[in-house]
Design a protein around this ligand. Structure first.
Ligand code: PAF
Length: 291
């Protein structure tokens, strides 16, 4: 890999004050700011958000911060991939600025205020990962306060996270537009995720089962099946056909509150969390019954 010259790279901002000054300057010029929060280890899924922002806004800022407060002690915070140099390379030419704070900048000594989300934060991930959405909502609110974007971009792979952030935006009257962006998949259907790199070749093959299970659900709905229990049973059977797949949840829920539905009579989210080789993968698909 050839060394990067400073000219190719987006502007690197490390402190809250640097970001505020950059944003203030852009706003003085009347520019619309698009924001893509990430934890780094960037892949095409993230880049699709950055490109959407670039197409729709005058300036794009990306944050890269592996937020410790959204990981439980037994989770993968320690081994979460940190690939800053390759991330910056991928952002060359697509983002104007990248905010890469350290922990002291975000959680200085004495930090004591948290956002505790309820509603869409409670089921599914909320039940299995207590405290996760508290960490997510807190960091996202902080980032919104620091960057003050006009528009923020989030991928639908983390559908529940998106709903939690939309709810927080509404509840706190945050002056930011949230844009939902489609899931980006590998050619074999696996949803792109920074955690896919934990999988062995065999695990990677097994991981395609999530998409196959979602396609099964969509197919059944297109054929007229309306019973959530019947669809869930079919989804579980597909998931269990893959070597080493352990189902954490496979649920049919309404896409606003993420609560279980019995009949598929309106758009319904099929949400999956499956462990393969101890890597927890999530995926989802909106099932739309034809009128
Ligand atoms: O989706 C993610 O990468 C993270 O949860 C986010 C939104 C950047 C907050 O840390």
């Amino acid at each position: 890999m050839s060394p990067l010259s400073a000219d190719d790279l987006p502007l690197l901002l490390n402190t809250v004050n640097e970001v505020r000054a950059w944003t203030a300057e852009a706003k003085r010029r009347g520019e619309r700011i698009g924001f893509v929060p990430t934890m780094g280890a960037l892949h095409e899924g993230h880049l699709s958000l950055v490109r959407a922002s670039r197409a729709q806004c005058d300036r794009t800022v990306v944050s890269i911060y592996v937020n410790p407060s959204q990981f439980a002690p037994h989770e993968d915070f320690g081994r979460y991939p940190r690939t800053l140099e390759s991330d910056l390379r991928q952002l060359a030419d697509v983002a104007e600025a990248v905010f890469v704070p350290n922990d002291a900048e975000i959680y200085p000594p004495g930090f004591a205020t948290w956002v505790e989300p309820f509603g869409p934060a409670e089921p599914l991930e909320g039940e299995r990962r207590p405290g996760h959405f508290r960490g997510v909502a807190t960091i996202v609110l902080k980032l919104f306060q620091i960057v003050a974007p006009d528009v923020a971009y989030f991928g639908q792979k983390d559908f529940q996270q998106l709903r939690v952030i939309e709810q927080m935006r509404d509840d706190f009257h945050l002056p930011v537009e949230i844009r939902r962006c489609p899931i980006v998949r590998e050619p074999d259907g696996l949803a792109m995720s920074s955690r896919n790199r934990y999988l062995s070749a065999e695990g990677r093959r097994s991981a395609t089962v999530l998409f196959r299970a979602l396609e099964t659900a969509a197919h059944l709905v297109s054929q007229g099946e309306r019973s959530a229990a019947a669809i869930e049973a079919a989804v579980r059977a597909v998931l269990l056909s893959a070597a080493g797949a352990e189902i954490d949840y496979a649920a049919l829920v309404d896409p606003l509150h993420l609560r279980p539905v019995e009949r598929i009579v309106a758009p319904t989210l099929c949400a999956l969390a499956v462990r393969i080789e101890n890597t927890r993968l999530i995926d989802n698909m909106l099932l739309e019954p034809p009128n």
